[in-house]
Design a protein around this ligand. Structure first.
Ligand code: DGL
Length: 254
């Protein structure tokens, strides 16, 4: 059986890219909810409805596990999804814990970039509260990066001016770690890096999520020796057009 990967858009491919390193011989179903992207700027209840519609579709195709490769969807729905479906559901959350561990006692702060919805959620404040006893975690929404990614616009000359505008009121020297708390953001790592000093760590939960998936499948005895085939869907419709498939494969570095 396949492993499902779900995101509002192309961000999920940055997680699938990591999973392919650990689990190259599985078959995958990648689902992007392109009709409703971006999630991060919409009301929570509306996004929840889209998530359940998408996961119903994926479940009907038959999957042995599902990765919610979206920090926003994880923060607002992972608990309820796990109650509804009987296959394992692996979520992703901003990597705040390793970031705080890395910066504590170094007189450096942590900057979390994510969607507005992720940052507004109780799950995020609880996460920060549980690890940030020195009050070193700042956060900022970056909706423009989701828009740029969905237009396949990754050129630094387009991205850096947006980042500079968003970060204009921040003293960037004070940060030791930047957390990419949205799966659309790793595509912009080099542009983000250009704004910070060389020693700054830029991290995401992507690799941890992929390892988590592997461990869960291993514990179930469900690791396959399959073909490594990936089928792509956009909001319930199989992607057949070569141009889109080409862009997806490029992001997966296939
Ligand atoms: N890629 C998603 C995340 O990790 C959400 C982007 C969006 O749809 O706003 O949060």
């Amino acid at each position: 059986m396949k492993i499902g990967f779900f995101d509002s858009g192309i961000g999920g491919l940055s997680v699938l890219h990591q999973a392919l390193k650990f689990l190259p011989n599985e078959d995958y179903l990648f689902y992007a909810d392109t009709l409703h992207v971006p999630y991060g700027e919409k009301p929570k209840e509306e996004v929840r409805k889209y998530i359940f519609e998408a996961v119903d579709f994926i479940a009907n195709q038959g999957v042995k596990a599902l990765v919610i490769a979206c920090n926003t969807a994880t923060s607002i729905a992972v608990k309820d999804l796990r109650e509804k479906y009987d296959f394992p559901i692996i979520g992703i959350e901003p990597a705040v814990k390793p970031a705080v561990l890395n910066c504590q006692n170094k007189q450096k702060k942590v900057l979390v970039m994510a969607t507005e919805l992720t940052l507004k959620e109780e799950k995020f404040s609880q996460l920060v509260k549980s690890v940030d006893n020195q009050d070193i975690v700042d956060s900022i929404p970056m909706p423009g990066l989701v828009e740029l990614a969905e237009r396949f616009e990754f050129r630094e000359e387009q991205v850096v001016p947006y980042l500079k505008k968003q970060l204009a009121s921040f003293d960037l020297e004070q940060y030791g770690t930047v957390v990419l708390g949205c799966t659309h953001f790793p595509y912009f790592e080099s542009s983000i890096r250009a704004l910070f000093s060389e020693e700054v760590n830029i991290i995401s939960g992507n690799m941890g999520t992929a390892k988590n998936l592997k461990n869960i499948l291993a514990s179930m005895g469900e690791i396959n020796d399959g073909t490594g085939n990936i089928s792509f869907y956009q909001s319930g419709v199989k992607v057949e057009d070569e141009k889109t498939l080409g862009c997806y494969k490029k992001l997966l570095k296939l």
